[in-house]
Design a protein around this ligand. Structure first.
Ligand code: C5P
Length: 224
């Protein structure tokens, strides 16, 4: 029952507005990537960790995460980064894919994902209820529909998969060309069942300056 964690950390962080790629941005004095990797370690369920960093900052990523973590170059899209991780992960039973930007994800939530895999799930994702009403819109910005809110969930990471299934899903996706925003959507496309477990409010993705303000406040209010 070996679990590898793949950590895509090669995004530019354009929406955060800073000069640094997002994973390298400081939170409470150390990079987001450091927090994310520490959460995975503290879960106690992860046997190996692979980080996909910005290609021009691999040495910096290695210094951030330490020598027990394999650091490789990420790709143009998030799914390219995950694929690079899958190609390097070796012989494991399960894979967790975890955004470096979800820096404050509690280890207990990571264990929920592992537990679901150990109890037989092929694929499992952490989710939260959606607080806003969500609309679909067309290219002119006109509303085309309102999905029933009770059926919607906001999706976090880590997302957990049987390693073989995630490999097959990424291989099948090569032709698809669609905007791949998470790994579960590729697994859904090959017909597998994706289960859900409770996510956590602290597992939000640091994306905007407001998110970073919230993360700084959480770090300041918690004993470390
Ligand atoms: O862009 P988004 O917020 O969806 O990115 C989620 C995660 O994927 C981030 O941790 C980011 O660093 C990573 N990513 C990546 N390679 C890319 C784009 C995003 O590893 N090409």
């Amino acid at each position: 029952r070996r679990i590898a964690a793949i950590v895509p950390a090669a995004g530019m962080g354009t929406r955060l507005g800073g000069a640094l790629p997002k994973a390298y941005v400081s939170l409470g004095g150390r990079p987001l990537l450091s927090w994310a990797v520490e959460g995975l370690r503290n879960s106690g369920v992860v046997d190996s960790i692979i980080v996909l960093g910005a290609p021009d900052r691999l040495q910096q990523a290695r210094e951030i995460v330490g020598s027990d973590v394999l650091v490789l170059a990420g790709g143009v899209e998030r799914s390219d980064s995950v694929k690079a991780g899958l190609d390097a992960v070796g012989d494991v039973d399960y894979v967790l894919v975890h955004d470096a930007a979800r820096a404050l994800t509690p280890p207990s939530m990571i264990r929920r994902i592992a537990d679901a895999l150990f109890s037989g799930a092929d694929a499992v994702i952490p989710v939260l209820p959606v607080v806003d009403t969500i609309k679909t819109v067309d290219s002119d910005g006109c509303v085309t529909g309102t999905p029933v809110r009770a059926t919607l969930r906001a999706v976090q990471t880590p997302q957990g998969f049987r390693a073989e299934l995630l490999r097959a899903a990424h291989d099948a996706a090569i032709q698809s060309g669609a905007d791949v925003t998470d790994d579960a959507m590729l697994v859904e496309k090959v017909g597998a069942t994706v289960r859900t477990v409770d996510g956590h409010s602290h597992a939000f993705k640091v994306t905007t300056p407001l998110d970073l303000t919230l993360a700084e406040a959480l770090v300041a209010s918690q004993p470390t």
